[in-house]
Design a protein around this ligand. Structure first.
Ligand code: ADP
Ligand code: MG
Length: 603
């Protein structure tokens, strides 16, 4: 019998490796830009087309490559960053695997131009799916340019797997931001379909954060700094009252590379405990520097999840430095641009601790109640239904499982007068019904009512938007901006009116009437956050998704006290809904504590 084992051809091996390293166009951007930074230049330009699907080019003015290296760099495990055996640990600590270029070249049509300063002419190489097409001398400027065309052209399954252009572009911008944030000394630019998205001049760390995330962040940043024998922590955190409802401004870097670290993220959140407005997350840009031999990068092929030898200690240091920063921000004068001004903090050694500073915040803060009582039951809204009409109450019968022939008297006994409502914990409305005690979850009930309202307005084609007296203009970071563009059409159907206002600015002129009175910026952020989490299954239409999150937002205000008539009104409106039992997301709104169950408790 013939031997069975075969060695995979290099091309196939590279494609398999590529599956790990290159998931989408943004991964190419990340690898190429990181290489460009490693090459030591101070200008890096990124050009993309069709969200990177047809074209990605990264141009640097770094060290360039010799003719020989230009050829070698596409071999697997070819890296100039590990020289000798002792350097091998650098594979784990810095993440150099010499795999990126080989992988990218195996799944695209790639063109390289590179020249070292000391060379007369440069090298020009073309590769299609790992096959070298040509290699020739070329007149080119110092540094390296790599253009990647038609990514995944020979792996159609992966190409199909890519998301919408806006989503892929969002990923590209995110990767770009991550590298740009930790290399402020380098100038970066990013272009998409010939439009400039970023043009970042070399600067200091704080100024770079502001360049990347937007000017509005400037007054919001608080410096943190701590130096210990294990780790140096440096960076900026956002003031609690400016915390957003949406993720996108949370960055950890270790030894100048971006990382995700859920455990350290918890340390940040814990430092802000009880001083954040509900459902918000603070911005942070935190840089950890420590001996690379105490870090392990290799547990994840895309190298963003990282293990530390002393995670618990670092957790404590993070916590301490953030509390310190928060405690100081209201007495620290505004920090100047480019001054990289640090606040002196005594070195904290193992075992030492200090009292967390107290920070003044308003615990009553609620972004949804800034201007008015936003209960959907408050007056001033056109009533759409006559809720007292019993024929409008199709769902009552379902309150009695197993009873299909419900009679008029059932309904009678379910229709309590307003004197029979009881408010429990501002959270539930209790009322006796025929079979026991009915409990209504107020927030979820509001969510259901709003949801049906929003959808019915949309269907009736009525002008559901409420023009704002004062249109609100504000900046979004580029990722959020591309998301807004993604769902703009649907948002407008729901009653939003949004225009671009140049740069990263948008102007909101109208919001759905249910959401009138909400803080507009917070509203958009909450919506984007929901959208980013993609908690909905794909079958739900975008409109339905929006209606769901809007209804959640509209009902998410502070718990309040209800008058008896208000409880009655809520009850009536809930039971006029097509499904009073469940929220659109499938959570129960009602439950009945059966009299028989109460009986049992007295046995
Ligand atoms: P790694 O970065 O892990 O070494 P890569 O596959 O990303 O592996 O790159 C392989 C090698 O190609 C690098 O080690 C470097 O020597 C060379 N190289 C890649 N990009 C550049 C660049 N922009 N400028 C100079 N050399 C580069
Ligand atoms: Mg690399």
């Amino acid at each position: 019998m013939a031997d069975l084992i075969r060695v995979l051809p290099d091309v196939v091996a590279n494609q398999i490796a590529a599956g790990e390293v290159i998931q989408r166009p943004a991964s190419v951007v990340k690898e190429l830009v990181e290489n460009a930074v490693d090459a030591g230049g101070d200008q890096i330009k990124v050009i993309t087309k069709d969200a990177g699907k047809s074209f990605i080019q990264v141009i640097d003015n770094g060290c360039g490559m010799s003719e020989n290296d230009a050829r070698l760099c596409f071999e697997r495990h070819a890296t100039s960053k590990i020289n000798k055996a002792e350097d091998l640990f650098a594979i784990r600590t810095m993440g150099f695997r010499g795999e990126a270029l080989a992988s990218i070249a195996s799944i695209s049509q790639l063109e390289l131009k590179t020249k070292r300063r000391e060379d007369e002419s440069g090298t020009h190489i073309g590769i299609d799916g790992s096959d070298i097409q040509y290699q020739q001398p070329v007149a080119t400027s110092d540094g390296t340019s790599i253009a990647v065309k038609n990514l995944f052209y020979n792996v159609p399954a992966r190409r199909r797997f890519l998301k919408s252009p806006n989503t892929e572009l969002k990923h590209i911008i995110t990767e770009f931001q991550r590298v740009a944030l930790c290399h402020p000394e380098v100038g970066f630019s990013l272009f998409h379909n010939n439009a400039e998205i970023y043009q970042l001049s070399p600067s200091g760390r704080r100024e770079r954060i502001v360049q990347v995330m937007g000017r509005q962040l400037d007054s919001n940043l608080v410096n943190i700094q701590i130096e210990t024998s294990i780790v140096q922590i440096n960076g900026f955190i956002g003031k609690p009252e400016k915390a957003k409802k949406t993720y996108g401004e949370q960055f950890f870097f270790v030894n100048d590379r971006f990382m995700k670290h859920p455990y350290f993220h918890r340390a940040v959140l814990r430092s802000y405990e009880s001083i954040l407005p509900p459902d918000t997350v603070p911005s942070y840009f935190i840089f950890l520097d420590l001996d690379p031999s105490h870090v392990d990068i290799n547990i994840h092929p895309t190298k963003t999840e990282i293990k530390f030898d002393e995670e618990r200690a670092i957790f404590q240091f993070l916590h301490a430095s953030i509390r310190e920063g928060l405690g100081k921000f209201n007495i620290t004068p505004t920090l100047d641009f480019d001054q990289e001004m640090g606040i002196e903090i005594p070195i904290l050694r193992k075992g030492e601790s200090f009292d967390p500073p107290k920070v003044e915040v308003n615990p009553q803060f609620n972004p949804f109640e800034l201007n008015k009582d936003n209960s959907p039951l408050s007056g001033g809204r056109p009533e759409k239904h006559d809720y007292s009409d019993r024929n409008n109450l199709p769902a009552w019968e379902s309150l009695y499982p197993g009873r299909s022939e419900s009679s008029q008297s059932d309904i009678e006994s379910l229709t309590p007068d307003s004197g029979r409502f009881l408010l429990l914990n501002k959270k539930y409305i209790l009322t006796p019904v025929k079979s026991g005690l009915l409990a209504i979850h107020i927030r979820r009930a509001l969510e259901r009512i709003n949801y049906e309202d929003i959808l019915s307005q949309k269907e009736s084609g009525s002008d559901s938007g409420q023009q704002l007296l004062y249109p609100e203009q504000f900046d979004l970071n580029p990722v959020d901006l591309s998301l807004v563009n993604d769902i703009r059409v649907e948002m407008e159907k729901m009653g939003f009116s949004i225009d671009s206002f140049g740069g990263n600015s948008i102007i909101v002129r109208a919001v759905p009437s249910q959401l009138q009175g909400n803080d507009v910026k917070g509203l958009i952020e909450a919506l984007l956050e929901d959208y980013k989490n993609e908690t909905f299954n794909l079958e739900t239409s975008m409109l339905d998704k929006l209606a769901r999150s809007l209804s959640k937002i509209a009902s998410g205000g502070m718990a309040k006290t209800y008058m008896a008539e208000e409880m009655k009104a809520l009850f009536d409106r809930l039971f006029a809904c097509s499904d009073p039992q469940n929220t659109a997301g499938g959570k129960p709104i009602l439950t009945i504590l059966q009299t028989t169950d109460i009986d049992k408790r007295f046995l």
